[in-house]
Write a protein that binds this ligand. Structure first.
Ligand code: HEC
Length: 107
């Protein structure tokens, strides 16, 4: 097997949790949804995203107020934070719950 094929398979496994979480809406779990959708950027700092666990980064963002953070999550920010953080099936309340989880894990 080529390394390219292995990479493709690894990607398929990485993407699958996002699909399965989106399917079961009633069993919403903020942490699980974070891991499945937001972690790709916010767990790694990809695309200069604020990393969860980086206290100073989130303290500065918290100064905008929770409502603004949630609004920016819903609408996207500066063309690099995608609208709804790529969770197309998340409701506004669910996105807010994920932002709360991210802040709890950072501050
Ligand atoms: C493709 C990468 C990517 C994904 C996926 C992603 N984010 Fe982001 N996010 C970013 C980047 C980059 C920023 C920083 C944007 C800036 O400050 O210009 C950001 C910023 C934020 C902020 C701070 C907003 C502010 O006003 O400072 C919040 C809150 C946030 N993201 C929540 C989420 C949530 C919740 C999810 C999952 C549902 C998510 N993000 C998924 C890249 C991502």
């Amino acid at each position: 097997m080529t390394s390219k094929a292995l990479f493709t398979i690894a990607c398929a496994f990485l993407l699958f949790p996002a699909l399965s979480v989106a399917a079961q809406d009633d069993a919403f779990d903020a942490e699980q949804t974070y891991q499945a959708t937001c972690f790709a950027c916010h767990g790694t700092g990809a695309a200069h995203s604020p990393e969860v666990g980086d206290q100073i980064e989130w303290e500065i963002r918290m100064e905008k107020g929770m409502d603004t953070l949630v609004q920016n999550t819903i609408a996207g920010l500066n063309g690099i934070m995608p609208p709804r953080g790529l969770c197309a099936t998340c409701s506004d309340d669910q996105l807010k719950a994920i932002v709360e989880f991210m802040l709890d894990s950072s501050l």
